[in-house]
Write a new protein. Structure first.
Lengths: 473, 224
């Protein structure tokens, strides 16, 4: 009787005696997991075919390993073999209109998977990640030569992305094809990026490699050329598909622990924002109530046309707040000088100490009523920037105002130099050409609304701090 | 329906033949191959049992597949009459002889290749088919109105058979093959160089997936 009679499931490695069990009944070549010896299990005396390195010398790169089971495209597969190949190849480069080829070496693992109905599937794993490899029958097959490879689908000549040959470095598990050491295959491939369509005619964004691979017989002649399509697959998809129950449980526990930690941090953050928000809100309300008498308001009290030459006006500038009365004499605060080119207006309002007075100066051109200068101080600016010049731009002039202290009193100084275009001599116009408008804004208790605002913002943020829920299972 | 009955020349078991073109019968009881001599069956070659590898198919199986031809998807009923196992330096493969209902005059072979199934139709002794020695992988050759790309060329042998077969099978006999792809059509074709200088040309009629088959009877447990 012939060897076909044997129904091989278990056998002993002829080299080291280690017990082995076959996963795939179609298998012919098996590597011993202990010593790396590859045996032709269908030969009469378990012919030793090759001796590769021990599995510990070529550990898997990542997650995939022999024996893993998982579901791909609805079909259950088991990983039964791995071949490590080393490629020596020429790779095309293309830069700034120039192109060429450069030498490279590359290693990759070819994982063999068998399904429950004895069909095969290959996953390629290399430093770039994982790829599904699928054998195809192209309408325009050819044997690529050198740098040229014909497109599988329209037969036009393409530049090979890579071409070269690969050798077996290592093998473990079971194989359906001959895994002789040093066995070489030639290959050439091109890449399409985003120009492939799915069945509905929608262009797919990912790249696909189209590979022609040929191998030689013992006489050195090409025995077979095969065509493949390779597509990247995300590590996560494979992990999800091939995880064992224990790993799934472990992952779940890890995720649970991570979730707990996340919940803890989120809870603390939420509390910080809640307490901070409430604190600001309360502080703001208290401040607002305390300063409730000092409403935020504009008091446009003073509006005066500039007389030319400037003469003191009888009209005093007066405003009151809840406790004080302020009086400004415009002739003491507005000084105008001129030279051949321009008119300088210097307004030095005397500011009582510890006030929140806002000065607002506008200068209009009388020719066309256009606003030519608009500057204001903001509350407390004069304290903060005392002695500094503060850059200011109104979009027309780059102006500045400065703060000064004259004999112990605080002053705000608006200093500007206006082209005479805006302030014409009255002799030619008969009328003053500029209007100085000083408006005073009394503002107090503004800190209250500010704190209220921040408080509300923090409370709103705290509402958006989501605390992940923990499922019971 | 059996059209012929005879006793196995080796063990005497009663064998009922269903296939009109049977040249070889392998006794399911003693695995003896017998050849039709024109008058009776004569035992030939050694007894071989083919190791099981977990195929969904088996001799005697009646099932159907859904195939698309000229744009029409249709269910084809078939019965598996026999199987031949070929072996070459890279391993082995099986081919299943099918009798397809409504097409009993044709010879169909189902080949399983890494999860894909090719149903080949046989064309006998076409004069235009090249000799084995004339062909090399990478060549293009003309066949009728088609151009064929040669994708594989290898020496193989028949390691055994099962059931009824339309040619004489002796285990261990040489059976070289050349595989190709019809240009533009993407149709796999195969040339087998059988003993006695016979050449058989096979053209894929259907390229099927396991899901295209409808198995009514449960045949096999999972392979692992």
């Amino acid at each position: 009787m012939s060897i076909e009679q044997r129904k091989i499931r278990q056998y002993k490695c002829p080299s080291c005696g280690g017990g082995l069990e076959l996963k795939n009944p179609r298998t012919r070549y098996v590597a011993c997991p202990y010593c790396g010896t590859v045996t032709d299990v269908r030969s009469d005396a378990y012919h030793i075919l090759a001796k590769y390195a021990k599995p510990s010398d070529f550990p898997p790169r990542g997650f995939l390993k022999l024996g893993r089971e998982g579901i791909i495209n609805g079909k259950a597969y088991k990983i039964i073999g791995r071949t490590r190949w080393r490629s020596q190849y020429m790779e095309r480069w293309d830069e700034e209109g120039e192109s060429g080829y450069e030498k490279g070496t590359w290693e990759y693992d070819e994982w063999l998977l068998i399904s429950e109905d004895a069909t095969y599937f290959y996953i390629i794993e290399d430093a770039d990640g994982l790829h599904f490899s699928e054998a195809i029958i192209p309408p325009y097959p050819s044997l690529p030569k050198g740098r040229v490879i014909n497109d599988f689908f329209d037969n036009r000549k393409r530049d090979a992305q890579e071409y070269g040959n690969s050798k077996i470095l290592y093998f473990e598990g079971e194989s359906t094809y001959l895994v002789k050491p040093g066995r070489m295959v030639g290959f050439s491939q091109y890449r399409t990026i985003g120009d492939t369509q799915n069945a509905s005619g929608i262009y797919l964004g990912y790249s696909e490699d189209y590979i022609a691979e040929w191998r030689y017989n013992d006489q050195g002649k090409i025995q077979e050329v095969e065509f493949f399509k390779e597509r990247d697959v995300r590590q996560g998809i494979i992990e999800e598909a091939f995880m064992t129950e224990e790993e799934r449980l472990e992952k779940k526990q890890l995720e649970h622990a991570r979730l707990l930690e996340k919940r803890k941090i989120r809870k603390i953050n939420k509390r910080i924002f809640q307490i901070g928000g409430l604190f600001n809100l309360i502080l703001g309300i208290i401040l607002s109530v305390m300063y409730s008498g000092d409403e935020y308001s504009y008091i446009p009290e003073f509006k005066q046309e500039l007389k030319y030459p400037l003469t003191a006006t009888d009209q005093d500038f007066v405003f009151k707040d809840s406790s004080k009365v302020y009086v400004f004499k415009p002739d003491s605060i507005i000084k105008i000088t001129e030279d051949d080119e321009s008119v300088q207006i210097k307004i030095v309002p005397e500011i009582p100490e510890e006030t929140d007075v806002l000065f607002h100066l506008k200068v209009y051109s009388r020719a066309d009523d256009k606003l030519v200068f608009d500057a204001s101080t903001y509350a407390y600016d004069y304290k903060k920037y005392k002695g500094d010049r503060v850059a200011y731009s109104d979009g027309v002039f780059d102006e500045a105002f400065s703060l000064d202290s004259i004999s112990g009193q605080y002053y705000i100084v608006f200093e500007m130099e206006l082209p005479k275009y805006y302030v014409q001599k009255p002799s030619s116009w008969g009328k003053p050409k500029a209007l100085v408008e000083i408006s005073v804004r009394k503002k107090a208790g503004y800190k209250g609304p500010l704190f209220v605002f921040f408080g509300i913002i923090m409370l709103i943020i705290s509402l958006f701090i989501w605390i992940p829920k923990i499922k019971d299972n | 329906m059996a059209f012929k009955e005879f006793n196995c020349p080796s063990c005497g078991a009663l064998l009922k033949l269903e296939y009109r073109f049977t040249e070889t019968v392998i006794c399911p009881f003693c695995q003896q191959s017998s050849h039709w001599t024109g008058e009776n069956f004569e035992a030939k070659g050694e007894k071989v049992i083919l190791a099981d590898y977990g195929s969904k198919f088996s001799v005697g199986l009646q099932a159907s597949f859904w195939g698309t031809k000229l744009g029409e998807r249709k269910e084809y009923k078939f019965k598996v009459l026999g199987r031949v196992r070929f072996e070459y330096n890279d391993g082995f493969w099986d081919e299943w002889l099918l009798r397809v209902e409504g097409y009993e005059q044709n010879e169909y072979w189902l080949q399983e290749d890494e999860g894909e199934f090719f149903l080949f139709k046989k064309f006998d002794n076409l004069p235009s088919v090249n000799e084995y020695s004339e062909l090399e992988v990478g060549m293009y050759v003309d066949w009728e109105d088609y151009k064929m790309f040669i994708s594989e060329k290898a020496k193989a042998q028949i390691s055994g058979g099962e059931g009824e077969l339309p040619f004489r099978v002796i285990p261990g006999e040489q059976c070289d093959f050349v595989d190709g792809i019809l240009l533009k059509e993407a149709i796999p074709v195969s040339i087998e160089y059988l003993p006695d200088n016979k050449k058989a040309f096979y053209v894929t009629i259907f390229n099927l997936d396991i899901n295209d088959f409808v198995f009514t009877e449960k045949k096999q447990e999972n392979v692992y």
